[in-house]
Design a protein around this ligand. Structure first.
Ligand code: PGA
Length: 250
């Protein structure tokens, strides 16, 4: 049985005040939920967030990392710093990084490797554009991104990765994939993982759905057999309702 993982991706949002507020509203839920909860704030907030949630079941993650460990890379953050902050998870290959910052599958793969080498679990985001879905290429695109991210890694390393299926047309648009669309893509991803890793590994690996997850659709999405959690953007900033999304995971 795979534990459900709910990831809050704050993107370039949030504040010191939101950290306190989020911790307060999540506290009562922590006693009831069996979900793993991970909050990924902007880098600057990480130490403060770590301190605030210390001793609770809320984990703190990174939104991105550079593939090199140090050097002249203005504006970037090294895996060594994430490690020093006690970070155990980091998102990689988010479509905003791929599209707005030109990140390639090759660069993303190097980030996955550097994270694994430093004991941080990558959350690999993959997903198709609207054009690709409408031209019926979505499965091929997703399978290719998955393969470029994970093929050839040792099975133990593959098992430390989480996959997040995020159709680009659903991110920040209010258009969510239907539960059938999400579940059938997750099924395909798991089938691919069987050959990329092994059937046993595929059975254990978490596959998250992301793209306009909100308080209205969380329950139906999270109840799908192949959906092991959610990567939540906009709705993770709403302190009044984010706890209900966590609760929807059981
Ligand atoms: P959204 O973002 O929930 O605002 O659509 C999800 C994501 O980009 O991870």
């Amino acid at each position: 049985m795979r534990a459900k993982l709910i990831v809050a991706n704050w993107k370039m949002n949030g504040s010191f005040a939101l950290i306190e507020a989020m911790q307060k509203v999540l506290s009562p839920i922590l006693k009831k939920t069996t979900c793993e909860i991970l909050v990924c704030p902007p880098y600057v907030l990480i130490p403060s967030m770590k301190k605030t949630v210390e001793g609770t079941r809320i984990a703190v993650g990174g939104q991105n990392v550079h593939s090199e460990t140090a050097g002249a890379f203005t504006g970037e953050t090294s895996v060594l710093l994430l490690q020093e902050c006690g970070i155990k998870w980091c998102i990689v290959g988010h479509s905003e990084r791929r599209i707005l910052f030109g990140e390639t599958d090759t660069f993303i793969r190097r980030k996955i490797e550097v994270l694994l080498k430093h004991g941080i679990r990558p959350i690999l985001c993959i997903g198709e554009t609207l054009d690709q879905r409408e031209s019926d290429n979505h499965e091929e695109v997703v399978v290719t991104q998955l393969g470029k991210g994970l093929s050839g890694l040792a099975v133990e390393d593959q098992m430390r990765c989480v996959v997040a299926y995020e159709p680009i047309w659903a991110i920040g648009t209010g258009k969510t994939a239907t539960e059938e669309q999400a579940n059938s893509m997750h099924q395909l991803i798991r089938k691919e993982l069987e050959s990329l890793a092994s059937p046993e590994a595929a059975e254990k690996m978490q596959i998250l759905y992301g793209g306009s997850v909100n308080v209205e659709n969380a329950e139906i999405l999270l109840s799908q057999s192949e959906v092991d959690g959610a990567l939540v953007g906009g709705a993770s900033l709403k302190i009044e309702t984010f706890p209900q999304i966590v609760a929807a995971g059981g």
